[in-house]
Design a protein around this ligand. Structure first.
Ligand code: KG4
Ligand code: ZN
Length: 351
């Protein structure tokens, strides 16, 4: 079975093909991040227009690389939500049109389900590899597991009971982790989206020169709040003005230490409370080296898994995988409904 995955919920257009017995055969993402650096963030209308420009050329590239025709796909999975309405409409319109034209089932996917399943994705197959196995190729990891979902829009602790059954046990009260990274980066003069670059700069910073708050560290719940952290970075930046390169690195270092310690502390607490033996970190911030190192160190007896780096940020592969697993489990809607439906606001525990 071959499932095409289409992702367009924010500022990445992603198309990929997952084949049962083989894995991800082809996966391409076009990121608009560089384009939005000039604006300091995503402009929804411009994002939608860019998805329109990118989606069909990307689709052709994936089909060409996989050496198949559209009619060789067995199902079309697409991100139905949550996300920017205009951006979602592009992926949904393309998916519905392809499904109608080829008479193949349509599988609407929750974007966060894609992230939650992304650690299961095997590495991208070498181009033109013909190796086939009988089983569904997935990384060695099993339900149930705890997921720390940290992206530009979410900081959540989710119990992944099984495919389609997700329970939120910790959530963000204000800014998401990625948002805190990006806003703090901006205060340090690092262009959007600055999370990865801020973390790189932090590596040459000195520990202990600055101390930043660790919001909700001592609270008894599993929730997060990072807007105060950003304000503390702003105050430090104002005090140190003009900022030297070393000031920048030291502030970035303190920021990463603070946010990573909160994320890790709450995740360890969630593992203790749930008794789960497996833990995954997903979403854009899961690419963070300091977070990966600290979590594995603090959970020595837990099987910690991180997505392959290419699957941390938004991509079509995780949507194709979610579609394939849903198809295999018989969890797809009845066919014949070609209305273009999106869900810009959609809770993961409402699936
Ligand atoms: O999952 P994602 O690609 O998009 C959303 O669905 O939001 O996450 C993007 C976020 C951005 O805030 C970006 O700065 C952050 O992930 N990010 C990182 C790193 N790489 C990406 N944050 C910290 N360290 C990184 N290495
Ligand atoms: Zn995402």
């Amino acid at each position: 079975m071959r499932v095409l995955g289409i992702e367009s919920s924010c500022d990445e257009t992603g198309i990929a093909l997952y084949e049962m017995g083989r894995g991800i055969v082809s996966d391409h993402v076009y990121s608009q991040a560089d384009f939005f650096a000039a604006y300091g963030g995503v402009v929804p209308e411009l994002a939608s227009r860019d998805h329109i420009r990118r989606v069909l050329p990307l689709l052709n590239r994936v089909l060409h690389e996989a050496q198949i025709k559209l009619s060789d796909c067995d199902a079309i999975a697409y991100t139905q939500g949550p996300g920017l309405a205009g951006a979602l409409l592009v992926g949904a319109s393309i998916a519905v049109s392809l499904s109608m034209a080829c008479d193949k089932p349509l599988i609407p996917i929750h974007h966060l389900e894609g992230h939650l399943l992304s650690p299961l994705l095997p590495p991208l197959l070498p181009m033109l590899s013909n190796s086939v196995s009988e089983s569904t190729p997935l990384r060695d990891f099993a339900f149930p597991y705890l997921a720390l979902m940290v992206s530009g829009g979410h900081s959540q602790l989710v119990v992944v009971h099984e495919l389609g059954q997700y329970e939120i046990i910790g959530d963000t009260i204000d800014d998401a982790a990625g948002e805190a990274f990006d806003k703090s980066a901006q205060l340090l003069g690092i262009p959007y989206p600055g999370g990865a670059e801020l973390s790189r700069v932090a590596q040459s910073g000195v520990s202990g020169r600055f101390n930043l708050p660790r919001p909700l560290f001592h609270s008894d719940n599993l929730d997060f709040s990072f807007s105060g952290l950003k304000t503390a970075v702003l105050n430090l930046v104002n005090k140190q003005s003009p900022l030297s390169e070393q000031d920048k690195a030291d502030i970035a270092h303190a920021f990463v230490e603070s946010i990573v310690s909160v994320l890790v502390h709450k995740t360890v607490r969630a593992i203790e409370r749930t008794g789960l033996q497996r833990c995954a970190v997903v979403g854009g911030v899961s690419a963070n080296t300091q977070l990966r190192k600290s979590l594995s160190k603090n959970l020595p007896k837990v099987n910690c898994i991180y997505p392959d780096l290419r699957y941390c940020s938004d991509n079509g592969a995780m949507i194709a995988l979610a579609g394939a697993l849903r198809a295999k489990a018989g969890l797809i809607p009845k066919g014949g409904d070609y209305a273009i439906k999106i869900k810009p606001r959609w809770a993961i525990d409402a699936l």
